[in-house]
Design a protein around this ligand. Structure first.
Ligand code: NAD
Length: 495
């Protein structure tokens, strides 16, 4: 069994807290590792390191920062397979998915490589006679990121490359359930030549998070995880005078209009609902089938589900892996039972699929004729369960999205441009897909939901990320009239 350590001030540090968390291989159900959970003193050591590195790092030229970031990007590209392997080993997602996750993360490093252009300020010459006004964006100092289990490589990359590019130093507190991939990336970051202390990793649970939230030297906190914890992190950080952005859970709807390409919609629903075992904050969990297409759509989805291969993420034949823990699997299976008890039609029951090992596997479930009062509709299940709600009209579908407390993603499938355009205006969500089920923005736009899916006023990465990790300073300057200068400028001003 391996031991996962912190990375503080450029050194691997074993936790002395006496508290540990188990790390499983979800495909076998075996505990394969153990992670030390940080004490308050260990978090303080990481903050002290980040603080002492921050003065010098903030002074490093844009050219040097760019060079180091390019080097990091190249190292992650060269080691992408190794990062993916570690993701699959502890998270369970299939290798193809894991590689996709790394590729999406690399987009964020590449955006951060453009820091010199992105950090250009604004300048107004001659705002008044002899007066210039300009705005520069300066780093905050020490910032922290707290990330969820479901994208252990990508979500940290939403944060630290941009934060460091802006001149901050960073403390990453990754999910304790699959901590090896983010730690490996931090080692690559170090190898790229970033000075010790610029990026520190502390593993931990609530103790570590609470210390980061209250530590006076941490100036800002980025969080991604479930809604209750996002709300807590946002309000606690704000109460402690910190800048905070906290992304939460989701219940993403996909409206399928009667004119949609059914095959395209069914393919999209299957990959977006069951990919990564439904453990994606942008997974589709509700299909709203409008009008007469419902029967055909449900049938098309069912047929595709029968072909889905579920197995260990390391097996190239597998299209879906296990869930993250035994408890998560049992909780999701409980929702399937709750749906059946509430009276919806269980078209495919994932519990019927038998797996001949102790991995945290669960088959895929399709529930039809779900109504909006059922727990399978109201709750974020975060597993391979897709609910179909039948609606009579587009308006009814939009109403459901608006009435839902979450607002991460929403998608529409239609061939009608006018309907699609109307939807992009009507949908109460931060990210909208038009014939695209999982509209995760590219690295040069920004990611974030609305309502209970995000707390704070900036979304993550891209231009919004840079805004979050810098603070503006406006300089108003006046110099004495050149005619009074002791230096003869020798150039007539009105020439
Ligand atoms: P989680 O909220 O349980 O954990 C997220 C982080 O918070 C982890 O680092 C964890 O150690 C820490 N944490 C957990 N409990 C805490 C507590 N009581 N006090 C302080 N810190 C605590 O989330 P998870 O299960 O790791 O991830 C799944 C959730 O994340 C889902 O709800 C999913 O929708 C959401 N998510 C959202 C996005 C998004 O961009 N909106 C992206 C990925 C995941």
């Amino acid at each position: 069994m391996y031991e996962i350590q912190h990375l503080i001030d450029g050194q691997a540090v074993a936790s002395a807290s006496g508290n540990t968390g188990p790390v499983f291989d979800p495909a076998t159900g075996e505990q394969v590792g153990q992670v030390g959970l940080a004490s308050v003193a260990e978090v303080d050591a990481a903050v002290a390191s980040a603080r002492s590195a921050s003065g010098e790092w903030g002074e490093v030229s844009l050219a040097r920062r760019t060079k180091l970031m390019l080097e990091f990007r190249n190292l992650v590209v060269a080691n992408a397979d190794e990062v993916a392997k570690r993701l699959t080993a502890e998270h369970g997602k299939v290798l193809d998915d894991a590689r996709g996750e790394v590729a999406r993360g690399i987009e964020n490093i590449e955006f951060a490589c453009g820091l010199a252009d992105a950090l250009k300020g604004m300048h107004s010459e001659q705002a008044s006679s002899g007066v210039d006004v300009y705005t520069v964006r300066q780093p905050l100092g020490v910032v922290a990121g707290i990330t969820p289990f479901n994208f252990p490589a990508m979500v940290p990359l939403w944060m630290f490359p941009n934060a460091v590019a802006c001149g901050n130093t960073f403390i990453l507190k990754p999910s304790e359930r699959d901590p090896s991939a983010p730690l490996f990336m931090a080692e690559l970051f170090q190898e790229a030549g970033f000075p010790p202390g610029v990026l520190n990793v502390v593993h931990g649970d609530k103790v570590a998070v609470d210390r980061l939230l209250e530590h006076p030297d941490v100036k800002a906190v980025s969080f991604v995880g479930s809604t209750p914890i996002a709300r807590y992190v946002y309000s606690t950080a704000a109460a402690n005078g910190k800048r905070a952005q906290a992304l939460g859970g989701a219940k993403n709807h996909m409206i399928v209009l009667p004119d949609a390409d059914i095959d395209m919609a069914a393919d999209a629903a299957v990959s977006a609902a069951y990919g990564s075992a439904g453990e994606r904050c942008m997974a589709i969990s509700v299909v709203v089938a409008v009008g007469e297409i419902a029967d055909q759509l449900v049938d098309s989805i069912r047929v595709r589900m029968e072909k889905l291969v579920i197995g260990p993420g390391t097996d190239p034949a597998s299209e879906m892996g296990p869930l993250i823990t035994r408890e998560a699997r049992d909780r999701v299976a409980g929702y399937v039972q709750a749906g059946a008890d509430a009276g919806c039609e269980v078209v495919v029951d994932g519990r019927d699929q038998v797996f001949d090992n102790d991995g945290f596997f669960l088959g895929v479930t399709l529930l039809d004729r779900v109504t909006t009062d059922m727990s399978v509709y109201t709750d974020e299940i975060f597993g391979p369960v897709l609910a179909v709600v039948r609606a009579d009209s587009y308006a009814e579908g939009v109403r459901m999205i608006r009435d839902n407390p979450f607002g991460n993603g929403a998608a529409i499938f239609t061939r009608d441009g006018g309907a699609a355009r109307q939807f992009q205006r009507d949908a109460d969500a931060g990210m909208v897909g038009i014939n695209v089920p999982i509209p995760v923005p590219v690295g040069y736009h920004s990611f974030g939901g609305w309502n209970d899916s995000a707390f704070g006023d900036t979304t993550m990465y891209g231009p919004e990320g840079l805004r979050f990790y810098t603070r503006p300073k406006v300089i108003t300057s006046r110099w004495p009239d050149p005619s009074t200068s002791s230096v003869d400028l020798g150039f007539p001003r009105n020439d």
